[in-house]
Design a protein around this ligand. Sequence first.
Ligand code: GDP
Length: 283
Amino acid sequence: MFGFIKKALKKTVDNIEENVPKKKKYASPEEIEELLIEADVEYDLVEKIVASLPAKVNRVALKNELLFLFKPANAPQADIKPFVELIIGVNGAGKTTTIAKLAYRYKQEGKSVILGAADTFRAAAIEQLTRWAQKLDVPIVATKQGHDPSAVAYDTIAKAKAKNIDNVLIDTAGRLHTQTNLAEELKKIVRVCGKAMEGAPHRKLLILDGTQGTSAINQAKTFHEMVGVDGVIVTKLDGTAKGGALLSISHELQLPILFVGTGEKMEDLAPFDPNEYVDAILD
Ligand code: GDP
C-alpha cells in the first residue's frame, strides 16, 4: 500500500544504510532527524520527536515513538442503517473524487449506496458527482444550483431509509473564503441530518490535500471548529514525496487518519494503517 512512500523515501533509507553499519541496531538523534526531515515531517515535529528520544535509539523505540503520534481510529458501529457520512473539506481537496472512491469501496463490500449532492453552491460539483453516480451505478439526490443544501441532505437520508440503502455519502460545499456562511451552512446540514435520522451524521469525514502541508492543517482546524470532525482522509499522496505530512496531520489535529487517496481513479483509496506506514518510513 505504501509503495509510493517507500519509493519517495528510498534515498533517505539508502543514506541511513550507508551511515549506519549493518550491525548497529540503533541510530543517533542526528541520523533520525535527517531521516524525518527527508521524509518531509514538519520541522517543529521533528524537533519534538528528536528531543524526546534518548542519545541512542533502536528501531523498536523509534517506531513506538512515531506510532504514538497517530490517534487510533474507532471502528464504525456496524448495525446502523443507513450509515450516514458527511464529507467536508475545502474545494479542490478531492471531496467529490473521494466520495466516489468510498462509494466504490462500499459497493465492493456488497453494500448499497446513495449519494447526496449538497454542495449546491457550485453547479460543477453537482454535475461531477452526478457523473460519478452514473459511472458507479448508484442513486443520487441532486437539485439545481442554489437550492438549500440541508434539504438535499434530508432527502438523501429519507430516500435511503425508504429504499433500505446501507450507506449515505453527502457532499458539502468547501468555499472556505466565505467562512461564516459556510459554517452556518454546515451546522444546518448537521442539524437537519439529525432530524432525518436520529444520530446522523454518523461520521463527519474531512478530506485534506496531502500536498498542502501546513495550510491543510490550518484548514482542518477551521473545519474541526465549525462542525467537529471524526476522521480524516488524506488525498493526492501519489503526487508527492511528502508522506511525512501524515505524521504532522495526525499529531497536530489529534484525529485519526482513516484512508489515503493515491490517484484519481475510484480504486485509488487505501485504508490507512499507521503500523505499515511507520514501517515504510523506517525499513
Ligand atoms: P473537490 O473540489 O474537493 O470535490 O475536489 P475533486 O474531487 O474535484 O478533486 C480535485 C482534483 O484532484 C481532481 O482533478 C481530482 O481528480 C484530483 N484528485 C482527487 N483525489 C486525488 C488523489 O488521491 N490523487 C490524485 N493524483 N488526484 C486526486
